[in-house]
Structures are given as C-alpha cells and as structure tokens.
Design a binder for this molecule. Sequence first.
Ligand code: PLP
Length: 469
Amino acid sequence: MNWDEFSVWGKKIADWTQDYHLTVGDKPVRARTEPGDILNALPAHPPEHGEAIESIFRDFEQIVMPGITHWQHPRFFAYFNSNASAPSVLAEFLASAIAPQCMLWQTSPAATEMETRMMDWLREALDLPEGFAGVIQDSASSATLAAVLTMREKAMNWQGNSQGLFGQKPLRVYCSSEVHTSIDRAIWASGIGQDNLVRIPVQGDWRGMDPNAFEAAIQADLDTDLQPAGVILCVGGTGTGATDPVDRCLEIARKYGLYSHVDAAWAGSAMICPEYRKYWPGIEQADSIVFNPHKWLGVQFDCCAHFLKNPDDLVRTLAISPEYLKTHGKDGIINYSEWSVPLGRRFRALKLWFVIRTYGLEELRERLRNHVNWSVALHDRLAAEPDFRIVTPPMWSLWTFRYEPQGATDLDDLNLRLVNAINDDGRIYLTQTRMDGDLVIRFQAGQFETTESDVLMAYDVITEVARSL
Ligand code: PLP
C-alpha cells in the first residue's frame, strides 16, 4: 500500500467509524457466532502475494464484524465498560501514525513529559495530594504486579530480586475475599505463593474487609513467625462493587509497616466527582493506587493510571539499566520503562490529553453521575417487582439481583438460564457472578454514550425475558 491509497482508505475508515458508532445500538450486543466460526472462515495459510485493500476490508466486514461483541454498544451492561470516546479514537489514530516507542525520555520526550503532565491532571482531578507521582501502565493487572513486587522487595530489605525467596520467612499479603483475581496472579507471579494471600472476611453493605479481622490476622502471623508484607485494598470490586474501609485498613497497615496497594480499577474514575470520594476516605495514606481510565473515563483501551506515594521504591524494584538504555547527560528526566514490567511502551498519554481537553472534567463528571443515577432508578424499578430480589445495593452504578418467582426451585439454574436468554435476546448484555455461593445477575451502567432510555430499556428486557422462561 502506498500513502496515497492510505489517505483514501483512512478517510473511508473514518466514515465507517462514525457510522459504526452511530448505529451500533441497532445491533445485538453480544456476538452471535459459534466457537470456530471465525477461525474456519480465515484461510489456513498466509497469502504468498499481496492482496487489494478492497478485498481485505470486505472480509473485515463479512468475517470479522459478525464475530464482534460490541463493547461500544450503549446497552453493554456486562463486566465493566471499556469506552472509546471519539477524541480517544482520534488520539489513538495519531499515536499509531507516529508509532513512537516510549520506553525512555530520549526515545520520546513528548510522550514522557505528556505522561507526567496527564498523571498530574488525573491526580488533581481525583484530589490526591501533590506528593503522589503517576505512571500509565497497560493494565491494572500489571500495576498490581508491580506493587506486589515492590511490597515483596521492601519486606525483604531489597534482597528478593537478587536472592529469590529461598530461605525467606513466608511473606504474608492481606486482602478481602472480594478482590479481583489479578491479585491472586500477582501473588503467584511474585513467588509469594497463593497460600500466603490471606483473605479477610467482609462485612456490611459495602462488603468491605473487617478491620478487626485484618489486624487479628496480622497479629496471628507475627505470633507464628510469618512476615506480614503488604495489604491490597479493594474499592469497587468486580462482582458487586465491594469496597474496603480504606481509612481504617490503611491505619492498620501503617501501624504494622505494611506496603499498601489500592485496586480501584473501575471505581477510581468516579473519584473525579467529590461526592463519591466518601468511598475512599483516607486514600492519601496509601502507597500505591490503580485505576483504569479505559473503563469509565472514555479513554480507550488500554490506559491504566498508577499513582505512587514514593516512586523510588517502584523504580528500585523494577528498573533495568544496561548501557544501551542509559540516557547520559540528561538530568531530571523520567524513563517510565523503569516504572513498569514491560520495557516497551505505547504513547498512551495522548488519548488522555485529547479526552480531558475535549470534554473537560465537568462533562466527564456529568456522564458518570448520569450513569449512577439512571442505574439507581432502574434498581428502584426492579426492586418493586415481587419476583425479583435485589441481592447487593448499588455501589456507584453496579448492583446485583436474582429472579426468584414464587414456587421456583433450583434458582441458580433459573438465573443462569435468565442471563443467557437475556443475552440471546441481544438488546442488552449482562453477566453473572456469585454472591455467598448463589448465582446472581450483575447490572452496571457505564457506557460513554448510553442514555437514560437505554438504561431503562433493561427493565423491559429483564422482566419480559424472565416471564417468557
Ligand atoms: N481490578 C478490578 C476491580 C477489575 O474489575 C479488573 C477488571 O475488570 C481488574 C482489576 C483487572 O483489570 P485489567 O484488565 O486492567 O488488568
């Protein structure tokens, strides 16, 4: 392809993108293909000779698009959203046009310095104190792994990277029973070992860690010569929005010298609204905080904001500096690849810049507040239906319910059939989770373009489909 052809197709694809986003709401949300359909439609062998872009694009529409679950659909109420607002799509286009590799300041000074500035903007938007420094990671899982490696190194007096864990007292990391499985994976990958991830029971409407049980667990470990190393708190857990009492847990962490990491992957975006910060009082005491602007701020995947009270601890844990990566003669620069597990880095700050400037914080706040308010309104309607039980109350825009018509037996099976039938219907997309062993259905609103009537349509779909079972 030459660049003249690129220009023609670039314009066509921009038009296609506009049309896709304007009409995606007319499509079923979840792909309707069966496993293997797409694989079988793709030739088993690569072409020996180049093909025309016309035919590649035709196949894209005919083969790929039917196998797409539409994350940009306004009635995508499953998982958490992964939003691609228009300015973030444009910024990604530009980033892919320049395609810089931003591992070091000198390999892309603009990307590095914009990342510093954007993380400052986000820190201010979340009202975190000035001391916090930020880095953009590819995912919350990576940020959590980086934090767990840091807690391991601190607890081992910086000997773990060189000597490994052999002969070391077992390190103990505490979290609630509601954390995301990326926490488990970080614990395995860091060599701390799953058995040393201590799960503290939760309590109350927020399903947060019981602080007394947390302190008792630390004490019990000290009494048996185990080594408490860190705590991972959850603000807006994936299943039900579970949220730990951040202030009390961080006080305990400080008392025992534990490194603390707060996983607010989804709910962190909501903290641009002052009224939602009541869910993380005392957050300024945390050592490390992660949230994904790609979930709820309209900044397209991937973009993960990781704040650190003391980035030197992270750099001491992760930095590698062979001669070929040294940046001699430049003082005061940041090489962000020293702050993350991957070396190579994309220019992710550009889309934050485009999105925050296009909407301003006030419009972003308004969108988030709408999602929460519309979701609560839907919750209230379903709560009034005798055959439905609200299982967990709204945490921001996430709540769970269960269909329990009188006389029904095997409610897990019934609810699984309901969620599958709802998703086959195609107008909305929901996912299930477990709550105290029971299968329950999650609802969350957070798609950037969703409207009040999109959210309320979920009431019609849920009740109609349930009655038809
Ligand atoms: N933490 C929570 C609470 C999540 O909900 C998720 C994903 O949904 C993650 C962590 C993992 O995020 P990522 O896909 O960025 O690794």
